[in-house]
Structure formats: structure tokens, C-alpha cells
Design a protein around this ligand. Sequence first.
Ligand SMILES: CC(C)(COP(=O)(O)OP(=O)(O)OC[C@H]1O[C@@H](n2cnc3c(N)ncnc32)[C@H](O)[C@@H]1OP(=O)(O)O)[C@@H](O)C(=O)NCCC(=O)NCCS
Length: 207
Amino acid sequence: MHQDDLIIRKPTKEDNLEKIAELLYNTDPYIYPYWFKTLDNCKKELSPLLLEDKFFFNINNLYISINKDNNDIVGVICIVNKNTDLDYDYSDLKAKNERYCFTIINYIEGLIKEVKESDLAYISNVCVAKKYRGKHIENIMLSYVIEIYKEKLFKSIDLDVLANNPGAIKLYQNLGFEQFTEIFSGFNNPKEEKTASFFDESKIKIV
Ligand SMILES: CC(C)(COP(=O)(O)OP(=O)(O)OC[C@H]1O[C@@H](n2cnc3c(N)ncnc32)[C@H](O)[C@@H]1OP(=O)(O)O)[C@@H](O)C(=O)NCCC(=O)NCCS
């Protein structure tokens, strides 16, 4: 596919938020199934949160791509940076469900702390709908988002990926990301797989 076949933009409340929640759920094989248990539950619980101001996955931190032919939402990226207002109060969610408390909320709060202390932008989620994979959609989306962040004069963009995800690693390498570390993925990963961290300093430079 080419950029002309897609619309890339931030979502609005009129978009199919359940579809966006589904794509976020499919970003990682461990975190989201652990948090939400089932995809249906994720669609129900996560989609209203996307409209919550300051919530980590709120629509201001997301980009979606839409297939112009049929208006399908085909891909999503979540990218956060220290200029984003991330002071969401997670206490209600924690009180509501113990799962939130010990899993993703701690993880999100850790990410927020790191992002706030640095000059970098962090890509936390990248996903293309299954039937649209391998058509370079994510390459087009990430190139688009990287350009925006270049214009915002960000020094670097970081991301993590499971080291056994060759498709995603190839994608990031094609875009000029370089691996800088590899650690054991601590988060609810039963197979103790490694997570590779990538950055893109070559592309994002202060001019
Ligand atoms: C990773 C993902 C976003 C890639 O989206 P995509 O639009 O299919 O990616 P692209 O087509 O732009 O690029 C994929 C590249 O990886 C290659 N690739 C795909 N699967 C591969 C595999 N198993 N081994 C090696 N390379 C692979 C493709 O050939 C392509 O490289 P090329 O352009 O040199 O041919 C998509 O597969 C996905 O949503 N996966 C599930 C969620 C996920 O893993 N997200 C990343 C977590 S950090």
C-alpha cells in the first residue's frame, strides 16, 4: 500500500473506538490478555478510557491509519512524550479492579515516569490489523509520525519489542532504528523472552 491509500490521523470520539482497543490489545501477546482477560472485555473496558483526558492511551497520544477504500481502521500507534499531560488519576481504576493495580497500571506509571524525565518520545504500541500486515502500512505510519516528531525537534524516539518478533524488528531496522540493549522481559512473560530496545537518534536530531 502507499501513503495515498491511507488517511493517517489522530482518532476522534466518532471513530470506532472498539476497533482501536482491539488493535492495542493485539500489540503484545502478554500484557493486554493479562490485563483484560479477553478481547471482548478489552473492547468494552478500554474503549471508553481512550476518551479519558490524560489517560495514557487517550486519543491525543494515538495515531490511526484508515484504508481510504473502505474506511477500515487498519493500524494504530501510541506515542507519548514528556510534553503530554499524563497526570491521570488511576486510583479509581485501581480500586475498581485489582488486576489494574498490579499489572498494567504499574507498568504505565513506570513508563510515564521515564518519559517525563527524558527528552525522548516513546512508542508504546504499534499494530496493524492481521489481514493488512506485510503491506508496509506500519512503515508508512511510523515514517509519518517520525516526521511530525522531527518537526517538534525531539532528540530521539525509543521503543521496546520482544526479541522474538522478527517482523517488528525488521520494520524498525528498515526505518533506521538501532538496537541499544536487550533485557529479559519481566512483564508477565511466562517464557522469559527477551525484550529488545531500539532508538532512532539518527533520524531525530535537534537542528
Ligand atoms: C509488527 C507489525 C506492526 C508490522 O506491520 P506491517 O504493516 O505488516 O509492517 P511492514 O509491512 O511495514 O514491515 C514489516 C517488515 O518485516 C518483514 N517481516 C514480516 N514478518 C517477518 C518475519 N516473520 N521475519 C522477518 N521479517 C518479517 C516484512 O517483509 C517487512 O520487511 P520488508 O519491508 O523489508 O519486506 C505487524 O506485524 C503487527 O501488527 N504485529 C502484531 C503486533 C506487534 O507485534 N507489534 C509490535 C510490537 S512492538
